[in-house]
Every structure is written in structure tokens, then in C-alpha cells.
Ligand binder design. Structure first.
Ligand code: KG4
Ligand code: ZN
Length: 343
């Protein structure tokens, strides 16, 4: 019988405190505590985030272990997010993981958050296929927008990335202009379902073949809305669904254009998406169409593994555990960490 490896994953890089227990590649629990506090500020406030992590971390870890129906002595290793992310937030998870690993006398495994988003595809789930190597992953989140060539679990190369805002920021900042709450991405998605994507046209940015730029689009949207509101003060309320659908259509067009360029350049037709924005219904629909029209095979993570979660940290920890990639207790959190960096 296969050896049962239990890994506890801890994620605290931004504004969600999460803990997950997996047994080999299967998720037993994945607890996420969202920090509501940031919503009224229209974005994540780092100081408040680290304080909330401190409050959440013990109950969240306890709940993850209870839901997995194991005791902490059964754990084979502790995996945690080392970076990239907000320093104060990362430090909470890092110090907690270190102490727990020391206390239980089990290996400590540091995880690169960007690799973890991609490796969430290796969680064993019914109806979810795993991508074969090499594949292309479009990582789209609130902090990052990257096209990555994934050669194996730990060999990743950035082919293109954003030169300014991340795609999640483009969603969130557009939502803010429309008076929608943070995080705005899911709300734009919701309203877009009821609107006409061709109602309004926004200019797509001109940057390198595989690079992205979203700050010009955001400014374009801002000027357009300001102009329309001067003419009709009720413009946003009267056209919210159409505006959201048009913004979402433009953003997804940009993402699809870049993926087509990546396929052309690499010849790789196995295409995965990861990160918070991969929850978006339009990008999911467009990828399904691409299977039919361009012969791509596409891989979309289960909804709960798209936004920040500890299951992706735990699966990365498991893959590292199998290779004996352990960390020393002197390991420190790192606010900046490239997807290609293993430590
Ligand atoms: O990966 P994630 O949870 O955190 C980061 O590491 O950044 O991504 C959060 C981002 C936010 O910008 C949020 O608005 C966006 O993902 N997001 C979405 C959707 N769900 C979450 N954007 C568009 N459509 C969605 N359905
Ligand atoms: Zn993330």
C-alpha cells in the first residue's frame, strides 16, 4: 500500500488566512478565513492584514486538522508560503509554521506562492485532469499576470508578464470606478453575465507579444465613465451590466490574444490557468471554445483552488516532500520571489 503522507499547508501571503491538510495528493480539508475588514478601504491594508492573520491562524489551523479527521501528531511535514506577498502577512505564517514544525519535530517546507498557484493542478480531484509537461500556465491574480512555461514541477520560466498592473487589479480598479466593493472581480463577473459585451468599446494596449499592460485600459475606462456621467449622472446605474460585460470582454480578449501568441511561439497546446482571476466565467468559457477551435487542451482548477488557498501550498509541499526539498529553520519570508526561484 502507498505510504500515507499528511501535509499541513499554511497560506498567509495577502489577505486570506488559510490552512489545509492533504493526504498524498488528496485534499482532506481547506479552510479559508477571508478578511472582511479590507472591503471598506477598497483594497488590502497591509497592517490590518497581518493583525488579522495573527488572530486567525490558530483557529484556522485547528479547524483544518479537525476537518481532516487526524491529530497533529499524524502530520508528516509543515508547508508554508515563503513569498511573494506582504511581508507582515508572510511573517505570521512563516513563524507559525516554523514553531509547529519544531514542536512536532517534522520537516519544514517553504513554498513559492506563484509556483503553488500553478501546482494546484496536481491536486487529485474527481473530473479534473492534470496537465502533462511541458505546459503553458497563465497565472492571473490580484498581484500577478504571467505566462509561464512549466517544464516540470519545479522548473518554470516566465515567457511574459505585466509591465504595470496585474489583471486582478484591472478588474478591481474598474470595479472601484463603478462604485463596486473590493474585491471587484467577482462582482464584475456577476454583472457581466447579464450584459452585452459589445455595448462599449475599450482600446486594447500595445505591448510586446507575451507581455501585458493594464494601466492604460484602467485610465481609458475612468475617462469614459467620467465623460458619460457628466452627460447623464445615472449612466453607471442604468448601464452597469453592459459596462461590466464590455470591460470583462476586453480584458479576456487581451488574455486570449497573449495565449495565442504563446502557443504560436512555443508550439505547446496544453494550456492551464491559475490564480484568483481564473475563477472568471468568461475566461473559462473562452478556453472551452479554444479547445474546439484551436485544438488546445485546457486545464482549469476547481473553483476553490483558484483564489488564495492553502490546499495549493499543501500540494506543493507534498511534491517537495517526495523530493526531500526541506527548509532549514533559519529560512526567512521573502516579499519578492520569482516563479523560477526554488529555495
Ligand atoms: O489569487 P488571488 O486570490 O490573490 C492574489 O494572489 O492576488 O486573486 C485575487 C484576485 C482579485 O483581484 C479578484 O478580484 C480576482 O482575483 N477575482 C476575479 C474573480 N474572482 C476573483 N476576477 C475576475 N472574475 C472573477 N470571478
Ligand atoms: Zn495568489
Amino acid at each position: 500500500m502507498e505510504k500515507q503522507v499528511y501535509i499541513l499547508g499554511i497560506e498567509s501571503s495577502c489577505d486570506d488566512t488559510s490552512a489545509s491538510v492533504i493526504c498524498n495528493a488528496k485534499v482532506l480539508s481547506n479552510v479559508v478565513a477571508n478578511q472582511e475588514i479590507h472591503s471598506k478601504y477598497g483594497g488590502v491594508v497591509p497592517e490590518l492584514a497581518s493583525r488579522a492573520h495573527q488572530q486567525n491562524i490558530v483557529p484556522v489551523v485547528q479547524q483544518a486538522i479537525e476537518q481532516a479527521n487526524i491529530s497533529k501528531e499524524d502530520l508528516s511535514a509543515i508547508a508554508f508560503t515563503r513569498g511573494p506577498g506582504l511581508m507582515g502577512s508572510l511573517l505570521v505564517g512563516t513563524s507559525f509554521a516554523k514553531s509547529l514544525a519544531l514542536g512536532l519535530q517534522v520537516p519544514l517546507i517553504d513554498v513559492n506562492h506563484m509556483q503553488a498557484h500553478i501546482l494546484s493542478h496536481f491536486i487529485e480531484e474527481k473530473d479534473c485532469k492534470m496537465p502533462p509537461f511541458p505546459f503553458i500556465c497563465l497565472t492571473i491574480s490580484g498581484g500577478h499576470t504571467q505566462i509561464v512555461k512549466v517544464t516540470n514541477h519545479f522548473e518554470m520560466e516566465v515567457l511574459g508578464e505585466t509591465i504595470d498592473d496585474a489583471v486582478g487589479e484591472a478588474f478591481d480598479k474598474s470595479a472601484k470606478i463603478l462604485g463596486l466593493k473590493y474585491p471587484g472581480g467577482p462582482l464584475i463577473d456577476k454583472h457581466a453575465k447579464l450584459g452585452n459585451p459589445k455595448a462599449f468599446q475599450f482600446t486594447k494596449p500595445k505591448v510586446g507579444d507575451l507581455d501585458f499592460s493594464f494601466s492604460g485600459l484602467k485610465t481609458g475606462i475612468l475617462y469614459f465613465i467620467q465623460k458619460q456621467v457628466r452627460i447623464n449622472p445615472n449612466f453607471i446605474e442604468e448601464n452597469l451590466n453592459d459596462i461590466c460585460a464590455s470591460i470583462q470582454y476586453t480584458i479576456v480578449e487581451i488574455l486570449m490574444d497573449k495565449l495565442k501568441n504563446a502557443v504560436k511561439q512555443t508550439g505547446i497546446k496544453h494550456i492551464a490557468i491559475a490564480g484568483g482571476v481564473s475563477a472568471n466565467s468568461e475566461i473559462r468559457a473562452r478556453l472551452q471554445l479554444a479547445e474546439k477551435h484551436f485544438g488546445w487542451t485546457t486545464y482549469v482548477p476547481k473553483f476553490e483552488y483558484t483564489t488564495d488557498n492553502a490546499a495549493m501550498i499543501a500540494i506543493t509541499g507534498y511534491l517537495k516532500y517526495l523530493n526531500n526539498y526541506y527548509s532549514d529553520v533559519s529560512v526567512t519570508a521573502k516579499a519578492r520571489l520569482k516563479v523560477s526561484e526554488n529555495s
